[in-house]
Design a protein around this ligand. Structure first.
Ligand SMILES: C[S@@+](CC[C@H](N)C(=O)[O-])C[C@H]1O[C@@H](n2cnc3c(N)ncnc32)[C@H](O)[C@@H]1O
Length: 288
């Protein structure tokens, strides 16, 4: 697959944006959105990720278990430890995995990835999805994940990049609402365009053999399931979910916001098309 070179974020970053927590929050709607996203993208994101029976695997930032269920589905014999700092998300994750994969070997732990309660070298593999893009110091996070890997163990990271978005019909108001979400994420310390930085981040954190590959979603009317599942119910839903925060931060007026969302929705209807690229990286901790 060819690598798409993302365009710059849309619009000038002029107004000061007050800091908020995790940009999408922890609501029931957000839990459902993460589940939709993981299910519709399961093959795209998880292909190539299989862990041997008996291997010790750590998933960091498991959230509501949206990826965890696919991890256990693809690697039913691995011994998975799933960590998140949110007790509320962990409870949902536990129930979700119990429902979809009863008997799965998962240990659930509430912990902060910057203070992981594990020994150095405790895991054969670490898996992280859509977490680094929300952190103020992803380089520090990667160093901490490297320490809990055994020498030679692998890290898999999947992150998005909002710079990779383009769609038809193109619309400046629609691009502006996407930019509002990216600015809110930046104000909370994150980077909605982190995907393109994975290779330098991994190398700076001391990983070896790092390779990053694009995983592209392109949806049009010939792939209605993807258009509904990804464009409408995942991407547009994620942008639409930050309306209150964007308005409170003065990033858009209610009319500007509503027009932008309305025009963005056209990418999932009629002759509309939508493109997004995720980046998936695999790297190893150096052998001793
Ligand atoms: C966008 S969600 C992604 C969840 C899941 N990986 C997925 O793909 O659906 C980010 C998750 O990272 C968790 N998180 C953020 N910072 C964290 C930290 N410092 N330690 C542990 N978890 C963290 C959040 O609580 C949230 O559940």
């Amino acid at each position: 697959m060819e690598t798409f070179i993302p365009h710059a974020p849309v619009g000038p970053v002029s107004r000061e944006v007050p800091a908020v927590g995790y940009v999408h929050g922890y609501s029931e709607r957000e839990a459902a959105r993460l589940g939709d996203q993981a299910d519709v993208l399961a093959e795209l994101l998880h292909s190539g990720t299989r862990y041997p029976d008996g291997s010790r695997v750590l998933e960091v930032g498991c959230g509501v278990g949206a990826q965890t269920r696919h991890l256990v589905g693809h690697s039913p014999g691995a011994r998975l430890v799933a960590v998140d700092r949110s007790a509320q998300s962990l409870a949902i994750a536990r129930a979700r995995v119990a429902e979809h994969a009863p008997g799965a070997l998962v240990e659930w732990r509430q912990a902060d990835l910057f203070a992981l309660p594990f020994d150095e070298g405790a895991f054969d593999h670490v898996f992280v999805c859509f977490v680094l893009e929300h952190l103020a110091d992803p380089a520090d996070a990667l160093e901490r994940l490297r320490r809990v890997l055994r020498p030679g163990g692998s890290l898999t990271v999947i992150e998005g990049d909002h710079g990779s978005v383009f769609f038809h019909p193109d619309s400046a108001p629609a691009r502006a609402v996407i930019d509002c979400q990216a600015r809110l994420q930046a104000a909370a310390g994150g980077d909605a365009s982190l995907g393109r930085r994975l290779l330098p981040l991994l190398e700076a954190a001391g990983f070896t053999d790092a390779r990053v590959r694009p995983r592209t979603v392109y949806a049009d009317r010939t792939r209605e399931w993807l258009r509904a599942g990804f464009t409408r119910d995942t991407f547009v839903a994620a942008i639409a979910s930050v309306r209150d925060e964007a308005l409170a931060a003065g990033l858009a007026t209610p009319d500007e916001w509503d027009l932008g969302i309305e025009q963005l929705r056209l990418a999932a209807a009629g002759e509309g098309t939508f493109h997004y690229t995720f980046f998936k990286a695999v790297a190893r901790r150096l052998e001793r």
